[in-house]
Design a protein around this ligand. Sequence first.
Ligand code: SF4
Ligand code: SF4
Length: 162
Amino acid sequence: MNQNHFWETKPLSAMTRGEWESLCDGCGRCCLMKLEDENTGRIYYTNIACRLLDCQACRCTDYANRMKRVRDCLKLTPKRATEYGWLPHSCAYRRLAEGRGLAWWHPLVSGDPETVHTAGVSVRGRVGAREREVPRKEYEEHVVDWPLREPKAKRRKRRRGG
Ligand code: SF4
Ligand code: SF4
């Protein structure tokens, strides 16, 4: 086991602030507007982006003040790990909370911040509208299922011949 891979050796609750923040892969999926079925509690993702999301970089444009500026932006903390069911399956925090480790396309694993985009995990190029452009009553028309899917396992190149 690589000792620099802190996410393989430390529980979420023991991570430093820097380690915790570095776990975010920058996919932007959690910054899409969501609908919750009142009867079942099921979460539906839309392709509508929060007004503070930079849809190209897939990062919050005012991360430090996000809680003040966006009333329902939720802060992720280790203590709330059991509540991570609303996050996409691909989310690093949810994956670790469920004991699934980080995926191959996570920048900490690949060493390349672009793999989250090239693997099709991020919202880059997939946002259909901005929050302020769509009335709440029309959110249902923007429900999509791709934020709940994970990309397939990385294909390995195989040598020809024997
Ligand atoms: S879904 Fe998880 S990994 Fe992706 S941006 Fe949100 S917190 Fe970060
Ligand atoms: S305020 Fe920032 S972190 Fe919160 S949902 Fe919006 S873009 Fe994402």
